[in-house]
Design a binder for this molecule. Sequence first.
Ligand SMILES: [Zn+2]
Length: 397
Amino acid sequence: MRSFRIGSAFGIPIKLDLTFLLVLPLFAYLIGSQISLTAELLNDLMAAGIEAGAITGGLTPWILGFTAAVGLFVGIVLHELGHSFVAMRYGYPIDSITLWIFGGIAALSEMPEDWKQEFTIAIAGPIVSVIVGLGCYGLFTGVLFLDPVETYPVVTFGSLFVLGYLSILNVVLAIFNLLPAFPMDGGRILRAFLARNRPYARATEIAAEVGKFFAVLLGLFGLFPPTNVIMIGVAFFIYIAASSEAKRVTMKAALEGVAVSDVMTPAERLHTVSPDTTVDELIRMMFSQRHTGYPVMSNGRPIGIVTLDDARDVQPVERDAFTVEDVMTSELRTISPDADAMEAISTIQEEGIGRLLVVDDYGDVVGLVSRTDLMTALDVIRSSGTEAPTAQRELSG
Ligand SMILES: [Zn+2]
């Protein structure tokens, strides 16, 4: 996500994602172009008494649309600050609040696994939204009460429009966020309740299934005419987020207490190549040993990693002329044998690489851990139902 910082509130950086710059004018336009319709709705629902004719002339609809859109996003920032305040009170630092196409995200550096804390953090946002909605309604009744319509008709009807609109939208925002679907607050509240008498990972799995079900419902709802593209987008986003949250948490739970040294291929079983091995020889080795990645060693020190992809880049006729040194990746990503296996997975995913060299405190290569090693370990743990391979842990010390 490409985002830039626009300021900060209570020490938390507030960032705008580039997608947000598209959605703000779009919202302003949508609100501005439906101004008479919305004014009628406000008159019916809240007895606003807006004379639509007074606010549809010239630039007024666009100014009101823009003001309401900005007001909506201020409401979203306040909602995220609600989550952030409670999280900080429990001692979880907030990295940032980011506004993007689907609203706001408060990024916690660490997720609480205590159900009471998760519940309180999750509910705080919708509570703030309801309070903001009520605040707007308070101001709205204030304007109605003062009724300065004789002197400033455009300002009066305009304020009634924006305040009435925002009071409804903030309550809708609270309700929408209470949908029991990750990453909505309702999904977290559901998980918190499920985690009262279940392991956290199991609670997450159930909550994610419920979330995916709601995402499908929402998507189908959006497909019905008139087709609602934003709703389909939100449904898609919820589905992906629910799946990845479930995956992350179950992986973390399964690999609890498993170290890199438990799952790596140890140095004594590791095949290595020297930098002057030809690419042709390398490919023959890969074929006979069925490995697709080798550490490159020179004088007992690792100087790179060479993979099947690197070798494939060389044309078959040139494979005798090129050596491993010409094609290897010399930027080495290493990990300590004592690091958590989950940390290895995160690094491999973030860097988009296939394997990490395991290097001890003295700089000696003690093994290699690949994506396949980690996924196989995960499979074994899951299908055998073992919490962690303790026997192996004792062996590897
Ligand atoms: Zn929220």
